[in-house]
Design a protein around this ligand. Structure first.
Ligand code: AMP
Ligand code: ZN
Ligand code: FE
Ligand code: FE
Length: 291
């Protein structure tokens, strides 16, 4: 006879990394939360790039649908010459320290995006920034929006081809943007009551410095966790990041980095199919957030 009490504690998946139309995801916060519900996600962190504008709708829909929403954010910063992303969990969106920082990050995008478009025009792509902004609506415009415009105009066949040929770091239309330091990003998240976590550590492989050393430095700046469990991590990568987290006394977190259409084949909750984020990761996070 199946035990229902066991069922209750293992039933809910969790997913601690997701994007909406508030940044470069293709689903509205409400649509994201409903999809998460369908996917059996019991706890979802909404972590848009440099914005919290999707959180109120996500939280309201979470209450209706019965999905716990962890208020989050993903802040880009520059470590040496490499971009790192820091996730912030259990942040206080109304903290007065947050808005001025986000306005600054937004301004750095507004400065950069038209220059990317200008470079693309020099390369023969007939785009205008006004069109891209209009298509993005009220979202934080990012390179994925520019990539989608390149797809719509037929210059490339996919978003990933747009990055490879034009937009990625090192590609011809790459323009760096003014980014906060890791200390600033991590410090901001701590100041607004959040738990700062290094996102998708696999993307730090560009760094010449050993990953352990990067973690130690970030930990010195206030980092509290590593996203060891991530859609595109192999089993070996996950194990390695887990053991480094353990050795350094950092929390392990996990998430899909769901973006909707922007990242095809990647689903909330299950990633590319085999993602599974254990819900017992939440307890130490909650304890830290409460303390
Ligand atoms: P931005 O915030 O404007 O610098 O754009 C960065 C975002 O673009 C990342 O968060 C990813 O969602 C997306 N991105 C970065 N590199 C690629 C790539 N090679 N293919 C597809 N999407 C990418
Ligand atoms: Zn994104
Ligand atoms: Fe990221
Ligand atoms: Fe992300």
């Amino acid at each position: 006879k199946p035990s229902t009490s066991r069922c209750l504690c293992t039933m809910g998946r969790i997913d601690l990394h997701s994007h909406t139309t508030a940044s470069d995801g293709s689903l509205t916060p409400e649509e994201l939360v409903r999809l998460a519900k369908q996917q059996g996600v019991a706890t979802l962190a909404v972590t848009d790039h440099d914005t919290i504008s999707g959180l109120p709708q996500a939280i309201a829909e979470g209450e209706r649908a019965g999905v716990e929403i962890i208020p989050g954010i993903e802040i880009s910063c520059l470590y040496g010459t490499t971009e790192l992303h820091i996730l912030g969990y259990f942040i206080s969106p109304d903290d007065p320290h947050l808005a001025p920082a986000l306005i600054k990050y937004q301004a750095s995008r507004e400065e950069r995006n038209p220059r990317i478009v200008e470079r693309l025009r020099e390369l023969g792509c007939d785009l205008t920034y006004a069109d891209i902004k209009a298509a993005a609506g009220s979202a934080t415009v990012g390179r994925p929006h520019i990539a989608q415009a390149l797809v719509r105009r037929g210059y490339v066949n996919s978003v990933s081809e747009a990055f490879d040929r034009y937009l990625a770091d090192g590609a011809p239309a790459y323009i760096p943007r003014l980014l906060p330091s890791p200390g600033e990003a991590i410090g901001l998240i701590r100041r607004i009551g959040g738990i700062p976590v290094l996102a998708h550590p696999v993307y730090t492989s560009r760094l010449k410095e050993p990953f352990e050393q990067v973690c130690e430095t970030l930990k010195g700046l206030g980092l509290l966790g590593i996203e060891a469990i991530y859609s595109s991590h192999s089993r070996q990568q996950t194990d390695r990041y887990r053991s480094i987290s353990k050795n350094q006394g950092l929390l392990v977190t996990g998430g899909s980095d769901f973006h909707g259409e922007t990242k095809p084949n990647l689903l909330v909750g299950t990633g590319y199919g085999n993602l599974s984020v254990p819900s017992d990761l939440l307890e130490p996070m909650r304890a830290l957030a409460a303390g």
